[in-house]
Structures are given as structure tokens and as C-alpha cells.
Ligand binder design. Structure first.
Ligand SMILES: [Zn+2]
Length: 310
């Protein structure tokens, strides 16, 4: 019999899904617009996906979700993109509807790290860190072959490492307020939003990271500098992880990973400036943009995790 796992990736506006067969092939992949009108509507939508005919043979369901979540209780506490959803008991409700299925829920960054471990740039590595570069900066860490979750799933919130004066003095810019309420977190400079803000501070023009990347392609100095600052901050965060935990493999994923050529040089430079030289030959910075269904693979990997295979 072929083992089938349904992966469900809850994104900003769409839910993507697909069935992973034998831990390899994704079939019947698709997507729907999220119905986030209420907790009940959201649960109904998730249940209707699980109930689809093409997924009837799936014995397990892995769900990757934006958060914050309480992963122990299986509750989606809130999400910036779904203001009507509050303290939604995703796991308890789905388990009640589908008592015969194994169902797992975790945050999208943890699912992304597992996706890299089983299918991506983390295959064959015992220790690595994943940075998801999007609107914010998320993170996941596989340590000694296992995804680490820490206290209630809040491990490795790299986006909120305080960068302090080093980064902001370089850019001659004051530390910025982060969405988390603090000042000067990594994601205030290293996310797509952060790059947009850096560019705005020097030019007075509000553009998206994608537009700034296109300008960088044309040799625009302010555009290149906005990415370089993001890279410097990411390199410093990576250096901190190396000095602290000896992690030397870093995987950058998400939309901003497309700007690799503008990020990679400053990542390397600031990484080397802040780490012992013995680590320099070991350090590797992999960029992967993934595909439309990378998140679905990651969500399905939530159900592979406890099979003892890596
Ligand atoms: Zn923060």
C-alpha cells in the first residue's frame, strides 16, 4: 500500500494542498482562497479539503500555518492576515471530525525547515538553520537531525534577534520599530518590508522589495545598498548562530531569496568579520526560492518527522 499524507499550507490569502505519496511525489495539488470570515468558516474549509475524494486515502494530515500558534494545544491564536480568526482550535476540531487520521499542526517556518530537511537544501545535514525571508523573517533550526521547537513552538525566532547599534550605525539610520513591539529586530532590515524601508530612507520612494530588486539589476546604488544592509544583518545573525551553536549551514528561502546575488556578498562579509576563521571553510549559505508547493511539502513533512527517517 502506498502511504499518503495530505499537506495543507495556509498562506496569506490562499490555502494550498496536495497529497504526498510514499514520501516523494506530490499529487492532486491545488489551492483555494482562504475563507477567514470566522473560526467556524475556516474550520469548515479545512475539513472540506480533508474530505475531498482525491485525499480519501491519506492517513495523515500535516498543516503549516502562520501564527502565533499554541502548538501544544493545536490552536491558531491569531494571524495578521486573518483578523477575524481568533483562538481557533484547529487541531482539536479537526481531530474530532476525523478521529481516524493523524493530524499535525505547526507554524509555517517550522514546516519550511522540515521541508528543507526532507526534500530540500537540508537533505543529509544534521545541523542547519532556515531563514524564511518574506514580509517578516521567520526561522527554523534542525539540530542533531531533529527540528527544535523550544517553549510552545517558539524556538528560533531569528527575525526578532536584536541587531542593535552595529547595523543601524552602519546605515546611519535609527533603529526601527518592529511589528513585535521592540526596536531594531533583524526583520526590520532583513525582510522584504525592511528592504523597502531602507530604500525609502535614502530615496524617499516607497517601492516593494521586488521593484527594488529590479532597480538593483539596473545598477541603482540605493537599491543595491538596501539589500546589502539586509545581507549584513543576516550575516551577523548567522555568525551569532555559529559562535553559539556551531551551526554552519544556512538556508535562505521565501520571496526575498530571489535577491541572492545582492544578499550573498554582504552576508559573507559580515559573517566572516564576526566568526572564528576555523568556521569559514565550513560555512555555506544556500538560497532556495522553492516552488508554488514548497509549503505543502513542508506541511506534509510534519507527518514524516516522527517516522525516524531524516
Ligand atoms: Zn521584533
Amino acid at each position: 500500500m502506498h502511504e499518503q499524507i495530505l499537506g495543507i499550507d495556509i498562506g496569506a490569502t490562499a490555502i494550498k494542498f496536495g497529497c504526498l505519496v510514499d514520501g516523494k511525489k506530490l499529487v492532486a495539488a491545488g489551492s483555494e482562497r482562504i475563507d477567514a470570515a470566522s473560526n467556524a468558516a475556516f474550520i469548515r474549509q479545512l475539513a472540506s479539503i480533508v474530505q475531498r475524494n482525491e485525499f480519501s486515502a491519506a492517513t495523515a494530515v500535516g498543516i503549516g500555518s502562520p501564527g502565533p500558534l499554541d502548538i501544544e494545544a493545536g490552536i491558531l491564536i491569531s494571524s495578521a492576515n486573518m483578523p477575524q480568526i481568533r483562538s481557533c482550535a484547529v487541531l482539536p476540531e479537526l481531530r474530532q471530525i476525523f478521529p481516524q487520521k493523524i493530524i499535525r499542526l505547526d507554524n509555517d517556518a517550522n514546516a519550511a525547515a522540515l521541508g528543507e530537511q526532507f526534500f530540500g537544501a537540508g537533505v543529509g545535514y544534521e545541523n542547519f538553520a532556515v531563514f524564511t525571508l518574506g514580509t517578516g523573517v521567520g526561522g527554523g533550526c534542525v539540530w542533531q537531525g531533529r527540528l527544535q521547537r523550544g517553549y510552545k513552538g517558539n524556538f528560533f525566532e531569528v527575525g526578532h534577534i536584536p541587531m542593535g547599534g552595529f547595523i543601524f550605525a552602519q546605515a546611519a539610520t535609527p533603529a526601527r520599530r518592529c511589528g513585535c513591539g521592540n526596536w531594531g529586530c533583524l526583520e526590520t532590515v532583513a525582510s522584504a518590508t525592511g528592504v523597502s524601508e531602507s530604500f525609502f530612507q535614502t530615496t524617499g520612494e516607497r517601492l516593494s522589495a521586488r521593484e527594488i530588486s529590479a532597480l538593483a539589476d539596473d545598477g541603482d546604488a540605493a537599491a543595491v545598498a538596501a539589500f546589502a544592509l539586509a545581507g549584513t544583518a543576516l550575516g551577523l545573525a548567522a555568525a551569532t548562530l555559529t559562535q553559539l551553536m556551531n551551526i554552519t549551514r544556512f538556508i535562505f528561502t521565501g520571496g526575498m531569496a530571489a535577491a541572492e546575488r545582492y544578499l550573498q556578498p554582504s552576508i559573507q562579509e559580515s559573517y566572516k568579520a564576526h566568526t572564528f576563521s576555523i568556521f569559514h571553510p565550513l560555512a555555506a549559505f544556500a538560497f532556495t526560492q522553492g516552488t508554488e508547493y514548497t509549503g505543502v511539502y513542508g506541511a506534509a513533512a510534519l507527518c514524516l518527522e516522527h517516522h525516524g527517517q531524516t
